[in-house]
Design a protein around this ligand. Sequence first.
Ligand code: NAP
Length: 282
Amino acid sequence: MDHRTLAITGATSGIGKATAEALAADFDEIILLARNVVKAQLLKKELRSGKPGLKVSVVECNLASLASVEKAALHIQDNYGKIDCLINNAGVVSLSRQDTADGYELMMGTNYLGHYLLTHYMMPALLNGREPQIVIVSSNAYGLTTLKSDYFKGKGNPMQLYGRSKLATLYFMQELHEQFSGEGLRTTAVHPGAVTTNLGRTQQNEKLGNIIYGTLKPFFLSPSEGAESTVLAVRDKEKYDGMYMHAGKEIKLKPHGRSYYARKRLIADTIYELYLDEFMER
Ligand SMILES: NC(=O)c1ccc[n+]([C@@H]2O[C@H](COP(=O)([O-])OP(=O)(O)OC[C@H]3O[C@@H](n4cnc5c(N)ncnc54)[C@H](OP(=O)(O)O)[C@@H]3O)[C@@H](O)[C@H]2O)c1
């Protein structure tokens, strides 16, 4: 039997944690790409107590630092000949203006650029799998904005900046699908729904966050409900290939979310910005 390996970002909290817990049944090995290795080690213990035969590895990966992403990805290249599924799940919402270690606006730098570089370096291991797959956790917040100029470092209100980072992940999904479906890669982007998690919470706004999430709780999904779209995408990769999906149903992207030229410009700018030679390593 084929040894199946899943790599996932952002599994130390919320939707990603629930996703890893649900998908432990489907894989022989899970690689937790995490900025907080202490939290990831606790999750490793939990996952292994639920399924003793499961192999779980923790790899430090701070998506807000290109050096950290590169180190994590090179570790994976050196130690794993094949990865079957990559879930780009981690995400950040920042209500105040913050930059990554490399000077990018934090949400664009983490949600899009960090994941782009990680995927770039993991592509050879993914293409070695028999039925490789990438799932991208995006958000309907993409609809809040278009990609305006200076989108890696520019200013804006927090929801627009978040929306812009998620729009970039949707273009990324479409580009991966266009360029790699012929090589057997299945790619899906999902919207998890409105989910009670730690997203957007900080020590400073914890009280307010608790009040907001508490008040809206009846309208919000639990983390395991929020993980359902990702889990469905992994379990039926052919059905959802090339799709932006929520709860098993395709979400028709607004025209700007399907813009060919905005997508091509973003990808070209990303390759230039990250000093890469081409779209993804083969
Ligand atoms: N919650 C919602 O209603 C909702 C709606 C639409 C889309 N989403 C998307 O769903 C995904 C999961 O979010 P969530 O709601 O589960 O939020 P969450 O509970 O805050 O979890 C976010 C995860 O991302 C990790 N992360 C954040 N910054 C990182 C960085 N620089 N490097 C590496 N990992 C980092 C966090 O690590 P730590 O544990 O170290 O903090 C955590 O594991 C995100 O992509 C989010 O945009 C959520």
